[in-house]
Unconditional design. Structure first.
Length: 312
């Protein structure tokens, strides 16, 4: 087993990314149970991706739904020709969570907005900052059992801050850092996890691997049994398709991000999606470069957590 040969993510690496993007706090034994990889291989592949810079950190954030926030995918042709230019223009906008440049000059931006009421103003602001021409703005469906905003207490904010750059940190280390008891920290963390209040993920940098990356747009002409159809498509193309997203204000739009092995694999995914009867069209948008950016959510964790409580 040689993980990440010549900078290329193998299928088993991508399968591991699948799990870590959804739960980066999962133990190697839990990941092994999901992927079928031995625990030792999970550890080796994870370490190789960290060393290569593909995984920059294991992150924890309060979920968008727990904060009453929304996520908006904005895309369109931009006069900015490089991602570096886009970052320079967007770096001061703490609503921008992700930006990517695709072929033919299309720029993608993910906005995380604390209040839906600011959507129109933020879209106008982004259109100017990113020099976008008649952009599309699609509000992503966020599926969660949490309803309404959650009122985190200071200990919970402290736990989130402690885990913000290393979601794998043991409860004992968090308690020591915050000056609380293990039982107290474990209880609060357990409740937050049980109520889907936390996003355990990774800071993934696809620019550090050789695989092509592609964002597919699909038009869903048949909404009947859509969930079953998506599950079948993901299984057929596993593990290359990372996720499917739907949008509340553009009901027929669906997107999926793919990390194929090579361009032949990409063509195979394209044929699979086009062969699926429920899509009116399938459009492939190769991602040339992308980046994650800190937002108001990251600042909130620092501001609300206050100073660490240490035992004397």
């Amino acid at each position: 087993m040689r993980p990440m040969r010549e900078g290329n993510l193998e299928r088993r690496d991508v399968a591991l990314l699948h799990v870590l993007m959804r739960d980066s706090r999962a133990t190697e034994q839990q990941v092994s149970g999901i992927t079928g990889m031995p625990s030792g291989e999970v550890a080796n592949r994870k370490e190789a991706m960290v060393e290569a810079g593909v995984i920059r950190s294991f992150t924890t954030k309060p979920s968008l739904t727990s904060l009453g926030a929304i996520s908006v995918l904005v895309y369109g042709k931009s006069r900015l020709s490089t991602l570096e230019e886009a970052k320079d223009h967007l770096i001061s906008n703490d609503r921008v969570a992700w930006a990517a440049l695709s072929g033919a000059g299309r720029l993608y931006v993910a906005l995380h907005l604390p209040d839906e009421k600011e959507k129109d103003a933020q879209l106008r602001k982004l259109e100017g900052e990113a020099m976008l021409l008649r952009p599309t703005a699609a509000v992503r469906d966020l599926f969660s059992s949490q309803t309404g905003s959650y009122d985190y207490d200071q200990l919970e904010w402290g736990i989130i801050r402690s885990l913000s750059k290393d979601s794998r940190k043991p409860v004992e280390d968090i308690a020591r850092e915050l000056g609380g008891t293990v039982e107290e920290v474990d209880g609060h963390l357990g409740r937050m996890m049980q109520n889907s209040l936390l996003d355990f993920s990774i800071e993934f940098d696809p620019n550090q691997c050789a695989n092509p990356m592609c964002l597919f747009h699909m038009e869903t002409i048949d909404l009947y049994a859509l969930e079953d159809r998506v599950r079948m498509v993901m299984e057929r193309n596993a593990p290359a398709l990372l996720f499917f997203n739907t949008y509340s204000n553009v009901r027929q739009l669906m997107t999926t991000m793919a990390i194929p092995q090579d361009f032949e694999d990409l063509r195979s995914i394209m044929r699979s999606l086009r062969g699926e009867g429920g899509f009116g069209y399938v459009e492939a948008n190769p991602i040339l470069s992308s980046c994650l950016m800190d937002t108001w959510r990251d600042k909130m964790v620092i501001e609300r957590s206050g100073p660490a409580r240490r035992k004397r």
